[in-house]
Design a binder for this molecule. Sequence first.
Ligand code: FAD
Length: 537
Amino acid sequence: MSGSGKPPVRHVDAIVVGAGFAGLCLLYRLRGLGLSVRVFETGAGVGGTWFWNCYPGARCDVESLQYSFSFSEELQQEWEWTERYASQPEIQRYLDHVADRFDMRRDISLETTVTAAIYDEQANLWRVETDRGDVFEARFCIMATGCLSAARVPDIKGLDRFGGQWFHTGRWPKQPVSFRGKRVAVIGTGSSGIQAIPMIAAEADHLFVLQRTPNFSIPAWNAPLPVERQNEWKENYEEHRRAARNSRSGILYEYAQRGTFEVDEDERRREYERRWATGGANFTHCFNDIFFDRSANDLAAEFVREKIREIVKDPKVAEMLTPTDHAIGTKRICVDTDYYKTFNRENVTLVDLRQAPIEEITETGIRTAAAHYDLDAIVFATGYDAVTGALLKIDIRGRDGLKLADKWHGGPRSYLGLMMAGFPNLFVITGPGSPSILTNVVVSIEQHVDWVARCIDHMRAGGAERIEPTEEAEDAWVREVGEVASKTLFTGTNSWYMGANIPGKPRVFLPYVGGFGKYSQICETVAAEGYRGFQLA
Ligand code: FAD
């Protein structure tokens, strides 16, 4: 404390909020430019998503060889992945290794939440405050707060009086949780629920799965990673990474070049079967019109519905699990291990909340409009206030005291998902209006971090101290993001991509859906043309 009782203000060149993949990558790159950096992280460890989501069954659904950093050749050569899809503990080990290997921890303040980031126009500095009373100032402030980090527990009457345990998958405790001998409810059947349900069912005395909307899920067919495959990737990493960066989603799927109706029924069926047998989200790239043409989408969706009916023995349960209200892929496609099969277990009951919604949580369980379920534990797999949630929890104020929350009142506005007019020198990693959650997010993170680092380097070389997008460039980008989305089937679905899971959140399609490869080319061109659409001073 200084003499006045106020905490001393500390200065660094750049402040980074968040220590997940993005925060760690930023720290590495910005240090490389010779900048002093301070990273703040709410969690007690690094890892972000992979620190918080240690629920049973948590796993990446992009293959491990692709879901990893490319910035260090030694790292990608030396790290050994053990499975086709890495589990949460393995990714956490990887990120801990990264933090240690590059001596990152000395610049990271854990268990420290940034509460405010306020721009001082005269000094051209961001003043950042934390819940520990720290005040830091920096020329650059970079939000690496995550697209899926603001966990959402729905506002259900009575949760505070529940006598059992409750958890959110995205805030899972570090101490072991046992469901043995217990009656458990999982609320939510999105990606996290679909991963956790088979694991909890195998342990609990009885599992109630409380479902509002059924989702499409494709089997992962996870397996140990063959040494030869890992070796082949390591020998050709540069080429594979380059191909991924040029692809639609930053992932090396087999992107079909032909449309659904360019082949006959038999061939179509063979293709669906082949993709189902290969596993994972590759399925949704079986034909190139699936996100654009409802009748093409319907055929792929119907194939998955048939699979559900084949796997689930009780026709009534199968029907309840069958999605009919949205086009396949327009909600995040789930990738599972034994999800549908789990409903053949005697100790699993599927509860349809559309028929009978939850009315309240009681001391002993959950009451729906139809019944009371006695429970020892409740697991909320209810997702996130996606993309904008973590940013809007911070009191961010730009020029003339403009609050980000006010600027985004009708939906997020940004240029390239990277910066906002009125907020000079404030960057966002995988922000709204960038491909972010539609991609291999690590590829998106590396592209953004690289762009930001090169931008800062360019500014220093040219003596510029301030960068900010123009209102015109921002307006044009917001229009472009909306227009591209409107040509797809995505905007017809009530999904968290649209903000539909959060009461009162503006219904805006959050990511840029024009393709990762195209997007990163736009970013490159903008930079090459002297940061077109930005004002540098
Ligand atoms: P995060 O990992 O979310 O890290 C952000 C960090 O910022 C968090 O630790 C948070 O505590 C911290 N933070 C936020 N606000 C503040 C604040 N005010 N002060 C201090 N700290 C703050 N992506 C894929 O590409 N493929 C997948 O298969 C995949 N699977 C996923 C599975 C789950 C269960 C979840 C939740 C997400 C998944 N994702 C996946 C998306 C995943 O979030 C990204 O891949 C990636 O981990 C994001 O890294 P990040 O650093 O941007 O954000």
